[in-house]
Write a protein that binds this ligand. Sequence first.
Ligand code: JEB
Length: 255
Amino acid sequence: MRIDIISIFPEYFAPLGVSLIGKARERGILDVHLHQLRDWAHDVHRTVDDTPYGGGPGMVMKPEPWGEAIDAVLAADQDARPRIIVPTPSGVPFTQRLAMEYAAEPWLLFTPARYEGIDSRVMAEYGSRLRVDEVSIGDYVLAGGEAAVLVMVEAVGRLLPGVLGNARSAVDDSFAPGEMENLLEGPVYTKPPEWRGHEVPEILLSGHHGKIARWRRDEALRRTARNRAELLAALDPATLDKHDRRLLAELGLLP
Ligand code: JEB
């Protein structure tokens, strides 16, 4: 997969050289291209922002540098078109489903902004020619889109074939369609079996794989009920077995 990122802070993306994503790049699974937006601002101060039409606080990013920068990225391959992802607090929620959709694309272009965001005509211009998604990573306000891009590249990158070892597979993830959809993962433990008086739950040491799977599912249901009631409400009743129903009834969570 190719990923292009246009930003006034390309140095913000140094973490993409580290750990899982850094390894994926070394191995040629991920090809990341960073671009300085100001390279396409031609005045002496390399200005990328201006005052908002209609008044109000803050500044808005000018369309011309973004247009030239995006055109230059598109020109890198005449035979392909990237999916464009614009982080914004007013976008559609970034979910595991969207991460999986992005992981199936050959080419992504991220356009993290600063100030109050990008002049909306940039999204209109490219939205008429290619797919442009305005996406939010959560209901809180960042100072710019860069951290959101780091989050999305990590969520997408770990789904690419060959990035996670076969020891761990993305099908076990919370939020992934299937078994764990709308279920949080329960607690995890490693050695030693006792630490500062806290014991590892005995069942995990028992070697009874069937009982362990059942215990883990109970813990996942309990944790989901406690931390994310709205996810529990969204559980497909068809995915609940009789043990699930009994546990939820014990917790007073079934009609
Ligand atoms: C993303 C951003 C700003 C109003 C407008 C702009 C660019 N979940 C999220 N929270 N905040 C952002 C985001 C995502 N994705 C985000 C891009 C930009 C915030 N800002 C600051 C603040 N309020 C500028």
